[in-house]
Write a protein of this length. Structure first.
Length: 347
């Protein structure tokens, strides 16, 4: 797996202990934004839309109970205590906060409640989390980190909340306002079907309004994203000495280094073949010298304990000559780089 600069930085911060789980990863790289519902803004929008409307509610002194009409033990009759206009009092419209909280249930004994008016840290993009988990999985499979259990906290489930236009949420799609037209003596007027209807003629008692009618963005919990991360939520990772060596070896594993080292003889064979072809066309003593150096390097590599410093110096001398074209020199430079990596790995 090849890592870009940002991914390499993630690995370094895992090795240093700055990043141990999803929450610390988002925090270290500032990949989340604090979002909350603004109650003052909601009330201002409510007051603006309800300007001029007068609502009523029953006074506390009014007893909404049945009255005994006829005191007959066998057939008692009751009639409702119907309120009169003077039994009502004026009231300002207000908001209901139903739907402003969400509870994540972990198990029978663990649950976390989130209040949208208190605020939640929302990750900027779930792709960032998937990138981190891909690195986590790679390091784990290569045996470069220690994965252990951890104590869950409320912040561990914040990354699965989304903050988006309310029309794109499940609530917005399933609770669309439907206007129904009713005839009146003065013409036609529209009534929102989502609004509660007054139980009393000529009295508007639906003064409690759903706050979601006055917001543009709303929270939604993405259960699918939680399932993707389910095996990582209750875990944390710590780098081991092998991870330090991995970083030192320019983010290459042992297998990658050994594989690159195994290609050097093939590169040398290519250089020898090209050298012979050039020597046949040009009577050049420098070519003979280079061929002798390549033969010497080939023999040294075949030994169990080659002198890597000497091989590196010989390849460097050949690379600096003008015998080979650019592509061959690139291969020689690559061999030199692999020898350096192999030397670091052997330390």
């Amino acid at each position: 797996m090849k890592f870009n600069k940002h991914q390499q930085l993630i690995i370094k911060k895992i090795a240093s202990g700055e990043i141990t789980d999803i929450s610390t990863y988002l925090k270290v790289f500032d990949l989340s934004t604090y979002r909350k519902l603004d109650e003052n803004d909601i009330l201002n929008r409510l007051n603006e839309s309800e300007k001029g409307n007068c609502y009523k509610r029953l006074k506390k002194t009014f007893r909404e109970s049945n009255q005994l009409l006829c005191n007959n033990d066998l057939f008692p009759q009751f009639v409702p205590n119907i309120p009169k206009l003077e039994d009502f009092e004026d009231v300002e419209p207000t908001i209901a906060k139903n739907g402003s909280k969400y509870t994540v249930v972990v198990d029978n004994s663990t649950k976390y409640e989130y209040d949208f008016f208190d605020g939640i840290n929302i990750n900027n993009s779930f792709s960032d989390i998937k990138e981190f988990l891909t690195i986590w999985q790679f390091l784990k499979l290569e045996g470069l980190v220690l994965e252990v259990d951890k104590q869950l906290s409320k912040s561990d489930f914040e990354p699965f909340f989304e903050y988006k236009p309310i029309n794109e949420t499940t609530y917005g799609k399933t609770h669309k306002k439907i206007a129904i037209t009713y005839p009146t003596p003065d013409g036609l007027y529209k009534v929102d079907i989502n609004e509660s209807k007054s139980l009393y003629p000529n009295v508007k008692t639906d003064y409690v309004k759903d706050f979601r009618n006055y917001i543009d963005y709303y929270f939604e919990y993405n259960k699918a994203n939680e399932l993707i991360c389910s095996q990582f939520i209750c875990k944390q990772i710590y780098g081991n000495p092998e991870l330090d060596a991995f970083i030192k070896n320019k983010f290459k594993t042992r297998e990658q280094i050994n594989f690159k080292w195994s290609l050097i003889p093939a590169y040398l064979a290519l250089a020898l073949t090209l050298g012979i072809a050039i020597w046949q066309k040009n009577d050049n003593s420098d070519i003979i010298k280079i061929q002798q150096q390549l033969d010497s390097i080939q023999q040294a590599i075949d030994n169990n304990n080659p002198d890597l410093d000497k091989i590196e110096q010989q390849l460097d001398d050949i690379s600096k000559s003008d015998i080979y074209d650019g592509s061959t020199n690139e291969k020689l430079d690559e061999m030199i780089e692999q020898i350096k990596n192999y030397k670091d790995y052997q330390k």
